[in-house]
Design a protein around this ligand. Structure first.
Ligand SMILES: [Mn+2]
Length: 352
């Protein structure tokens, strides 16, 4: 019995006139087979799926991969030749794929000349991955809960004199103790003027009294990610700091309130952007409102002014407006939000 994801993919392929699909993005292969570490997956519309694995991961693949035949790629064999033989045997004429390096695509196209055409169709897997199942949501809620715990520890830990790295260490230790498999991305603890870098990372810089500190963290739990940001002030905020923080929070809330099935991603972005623009800080909101989260921390649907996405129940997205003033500091408030039919739900949550 194939899993429902493969059944759904094959149905889509059939409807769109494809005879098969080649998967090479590791996370897509994991999504379809439950195994991470293969080099390719061939999914014919009719017949058995083939997973290609080098020796280093072969035994693990045989134990873990589902819904496919696991084929060893020996060191003296060429992956593109093995795949092209399998494709020819399947008699497929039109093949979709998620992504291939330019070099691999050229080689495969040459080997399949006169046999099969290749067409990129990465959206076929993304359409499936964007809508989370109840099992996936269980894991994402757990990842979000661990992340929220990490944020609480950030709040309790931050004080003048500590370095950004020391604060990050406490956050990551707390998340591990709560069961995190790892961090979803490199922890950001960016303080002082560094907080104005949206991707500031963390450094040896010591936190000083009055510093703005942007903490952007995420835990991974059983392959699923979470993403959350809060902005803290070391000590009592200045009037200007307090004002900009409130604008950022209000922008996040205005977008969050509008979350439900059927809303356009760009409408949400616009709701947050309007708050920031009206307050006179529009030029400092230098990124989109958010992104999808799941097996990857940045995945479709993208929420920005150009986005054509319309949200569906089961999407999980971030809402993270920010205001970054060079030389002064940055502010961002971010939650991971689950889209329901009638509303949104913050699955990360921490108020201070
Ligand atoms: Mn994010």
């Amino acid at each position: 019995m194939e899993n429902s994801r493969l059944v759904a993919l094959k149905k889509e392929l059939r409807e769109k006139g494809f005879d098969g699909y080649l998967v090479s993005r590791d996370v897509n292969i994991f999504y379809l087979t439950g195994f991470s570490g293969a080099s390719g997956l061939f999914v014919p519309v009719d017949g058995e799926n083939t997973l290609y694995v080098y020796g280093v991961n072969y035994e693990q693949a045989k134990d873990e991969a589902k819904n496919c035949e696991v084929v060893l790629v020996k060191r003296d064999e060429k992956l593109e030749e093995k795949i092209s033989k399998r494709v020819k045997a399947s008699k497929a004429r039109k093949l979709g794929f998620d992504e291939l390096s330019a070099a691999f695509y050229m080689k495969l196209r040459r080997l399949l000349r006169g046999q099969a055409r290749l067409k990129q169709k990465s959206e076929l897997v993304w359409e499936l991955r964007k809508v989370k199942s109840s099992h996936e949501l269980k894991l994402m809620r757990k990842a979000a809960e661990i992340t929220s715990k990490g944020m609480q520890v950030a709040y309790e830990t931050i004080k003048p004199g500590l370095t950004e790295i020391e604060v990050a260490a406490e956050i990551e230790y707390a998340m591990r103790k709560k069961g995190a498999w790892g961090t979803a991305f490199e922890t950001i603890v960016a303080s002082g003027v560094r907080s104005a870098y949206p991707h500031g990372g963390c450094s040896e810089k010591r936190i000083r009294k009055g510093d703005i500190i942007v903490v952007d963290i995420g835990a991974t739990y059983r392959h699923y990610k979470s993403d959350m940001t809060r902005t803290f002030i070391a000590g009592k905020p200045s009037k200007k700091q307090q004002k900009i923080l409130e604008i950022t929070e209000k922008a996040q809330e205005q977008a969050f309130r509008r979350v439900k099935e059927g809303v356009r991603a760009k409408t949400l972005d616009g709701a947050a952007r309007k708050v920031i623009e009206k307050a006179g800080y529009g030029e400092y909101f230098v990124h989109g409102l958010g992104h999808g989260v799941g097996l990857e921390v940045h995945e479709p649907p993208t929420l920005n002014p150009q986005s054509k996405e319309i949200l569906k129940a089961g999407n999980v997205v971030t809402i993270e407006p920010g205001i970054y003033i060079p030389g002064f500091g940055g502010f961002r408030v971010e939650d991971t939000v689950l889209v329901h039919k009638e509303k949104g739900e913050r699955i990360t949550n921490f108020d201070f």
